[in-house]
Design a protein around this ligand. Structure first.
Ligand code: FES
Length: 247
């Protein structure tokens, strides 16, 4: 049972056979997490508004056609949810195939190797092969934006989940990033600017923290790798959380 504000109405539902009680308005994904069940996800995080774009978090709801995204679907009383089934694994694997078909396959030399949510989800759904080839537009030479002194942006590794855009908006309130184009042509870009450095970006790092791949990555991590230990402190200035790194 999740704790709630005193006047919040509680909703009881079943997730993978277990009874869960959560405040009204809670998403299925959040209710599952509160009940100890982790649903694969790429565009959702704990601190950003649900967006529902990646379609990795699909679930089955008894009596309901289709496969709703658990991050954007609120619980209802008596709802019966399944988060794991052969069909769901097939669907999630299909979604991951599309992502990987438009992503470089350089994991072994990538700075995010071992610390990449795309890699984690691909492994979790048992992705072994991609039927669509590896010819997505993002594989074509795309300019890396290294204008910011602290981090770099590599569009070839971007899955356009928009977590960086939402972090910039919702966490920092800077609105320095946007999504341009559609479909395979969609790309994260500095809003109304040539690059990150000339944009409204204040180098707070919220976008880098939000990125599930290494599309946005600290230059120090690129140079010396992921630290063995990190201590995060948060001050009142921006609330992002600065990281002290120890090797
Ligand atoms: Fe739900 Fe991306 S995590 S659609």
């Amino acid at each position: 049972r999740a704790s709630a504000l005193p006047d919040a109405r509680m909703v009881t539902l079943t997730i993978d056979g277990a009874t869960v009680e959560v405040p009204e308005g809670t998403s299925i994904m959040r209710a599952a997490a509160l009940g100890g069940t982790s649903i694969p996800k790429l565009c959702a995080t704990d601190n950003l508004e649900a967006f529902g774009s990646c379609r990795v978090c699909l679930v089955e709801v008894e009596g309901r056609a289709g496969y709703p995204a658990s991050c954007t679907t609120p619980v209802t009383p008596g709802m019966v949810v399944r988060t794991q089934s052969e069909r769901l694994t097939q669907l999630r694997r299909g979604v991951m195939e599309l992502y990987i078909s438009d992503h470089p396959l350089d994991c072994l030399t990538c700075s995010a190797n071992g610390d990449c949510e795309l890699q984690d989800v691909a492994g979790a759904v048992g992705l072994r092969d991609v039927r669509y080839g590896y010819e997505g537009a993002n594989h074509l030479a795309a300019d890396k934006d290294e204008s910011n002194p602290y981090f770099a942006f590599d569009p070839t590794k971007c899955i356009v989940c928009s977590r960086c855009v939402r972090a910039c908006d919702e966490v920092q309130g800077t609105f320095a990033l946007t999504v341009e184009g559609r479909g395979f042509d969609s790309v994260i870009a500095a809003s109304q600017s040539e690059d990150f450095l000339s944009s409204e970006c204040v180098s707070c790092g919220a976008c880098v923290q939000a990125c599930p791949t290494s599309a946005l990555i600290e230059k120090s991590v690129e140079a010396i790798g992921t630290p063995d230990r990190a201590v995060v402190t948060t001050c009142a200035y921006c609330g992002v959380g600065c990281t002290f790194r120890a090797e």
